[in-house]
Structure formats: C-alpha cells, structure tokens
Design a binder for this molecule. Structure first.
Ligand code: CTP
Ligand code: MG
Length: 229
C-alpha cells in the first residue's frame, strides 16, 4: 500500500481578511502553502501530494513547489469536503482502493514531517485509520443563549487536527455518502464516523495550528522559524 497526501487549498480565508487567500500569505520567508507542501514532500514514503486549488487561483504557479515532480493538482469545490472529494477523484488514476490517503489542511503549515511519519507508522496496520488530535486543556462549557448549561467531561474531549489518514476507497465513499445525505462534515473522520467506523486518535503537537485569523501569523512564524526538520 502506498501513501498519498491530499491538501485542500481552495479556501478564500474569510476570517483572515487579507487581500489574497491566506495560503498565499508570506510567513517566515515563504507562502504558507509552500511551507505546507515542502514539509509533506519531506516525508519520503509519500508517493505524491494532490493539492486542491480554487478555480481562479493565479498564485499557485508562482510557488516553487508547483514544479516538483511529486506534486499534482485538482480543482477545489464549494466547501472543504467538496475540495477533498475532487482531489480524491483526481487521484483515482493513481491510487488503489487500499492505499492510504492523508488529508492535510493547507493552512496547517507548521506540521512536522516527524509527526506525519508517526501517524503513518502507528496506523498503517489499522483497519480504519485515524487522525492527529490533541486533548483539550481548557475547561469546557456547554452554552445556550449566553448561559452555562453544563461542563462536559474534559478528559473525553480531543481537538481534531490534520493529517487525517484513511483508506482511499473508504474515505471517498464516506465523503460521497455524506454529501448525498446533505450532511455537512468539517473533517474526514466525521464522514467515516457517519459511515459507522471508529477511527483512532494519535496525539499530535500543539504547534500544529490552523492559521485562521491575523493573530495566528506571528505565532506560525515563530513555530516555523524555531522548528528544524
Ligand atoms: N478549503 C478548501 N476548499 C474550500 C474551503 C476550504 O480547500 N471550499 C481549505 C482551506 O484552503 C484550508 C482548509 O480547507 O486550507 C481549512 O479551511 P479553513 O481554515 O476554514 O480555510 P478557509 O475556508 O480558507 O478560511 P475561512 O473559513 O476563514 O474562509
Ligand atoms: Mg473555511
């Protein structure tokens, strides 16, 4: 079985509010997406990286990684899940049903190759697959109209990160059936859960942040400059 990477990179970065999509903002000397692709290509067992791009993306060809032999592109869709599904369809010419696919957000540029390798090693013999995740550290509140209704048991709650690693065919079918059922899934694991599967969690690193708002940029720059891989 081979390992493929899918990078949804077709978002507009509304919460960032910049004049270009956030994956093209420069952080620590390079565009966010260049960091992300480089770090995933540094994982030697990866056969290729499939990047889902916005239909009118004029920035991608400017990135050095766009000319790498192990990099392929597809056109993204309306929601993140549509972009991932389009990328999986484009992979159908290359991937076998049982191959592993690791879906990783373009906006998570601080991913370390070592974390990706650890996820691959821990899950490669697992029947379903799983995700990098982190136990929450804050106390949680369930809130209705500004009023606290309860405090869920924190020891059972983890935050979902990416990569999320599943078998090619199982992932494609789970996303297709969620889409058909009109169910909005914000990550791949949710789609597998809806299909009755029980994915694993593998503890990730807290510096694997999703660059979302302007204040995330200096934090990402700090992590990117400090990590050596
Ligand atoms: N993404 C995508 N296709 C979409 C929407 C999002 O490929 N239709 C990608 C984004 O490019 C990003 C990842 O999914 O790398 C995670 O999404 P998010 O952080 O929400 O990015 P945006 O949707 O671009 O940001 P916002 O929600 O603030 O607009
Ligand atoms: Mg979004």
């Amino acid at each position: 079985t081979r390992f493929w990477i899918v990078i949804p990179a077709a978002g507009v970065g509304k919460r960032m509010g910049a004049d270009v999509p956030k994956q093209y903002l420069e952080v620590a000397g390079k565009p966010v997406l260049q960091h992300t692709v480089e770090r995933l290509l540094a994982v030697h067992r990866v056969s290729a990286v499939m990047v889902a791009l916005g239909a009118d993306d004029e920035f991608w060809p400017e990135l050095p990684c766009s000319r790498e032999p192990r990099v392929l592109t597809a056109t993204g869709g309306k929601e993140r899940a549509d972009s991932v599904l389009n990328a999986l369809c484009a992979l159908s010419a290359h991937a076998a049903d049982d191959d592993w696919v690791l879906v990783h957000d373009a906006a998570r540029a601080c991913i370390t190759p070592a974390d990706v390798e650890r996820l691959m090693e821990i899950l490669e013999d697992h029947p379903v697959g799983g995700i990098l995740a982190l136990p929450v550290t804050d106390t949680l509140k369930e809130v209705e109209n500004g009023t606290i209704k309860g405090s869920p048991d924190r020891s059972r709650i983890w935050r979902a990160l990416t990569p999320q690693m599943f078998r090619y065919r199982a992932l494609k079918e789970a996303l297709e059936s969620a889409a058909k059922g009109g169910l909005a899934v914000t990550d791949e694991a949710s789609a597998l859960e809806l299909a009755g599967q029980s994915p694993r969690v593998v503890e990730g690193r807290s510096d694997n942040i999703k660059i979302t708002r302007p204040e995330d940029l200096p934090l990402a720059a700090f992590y990117l400059e400090r990590q050596c891989f």
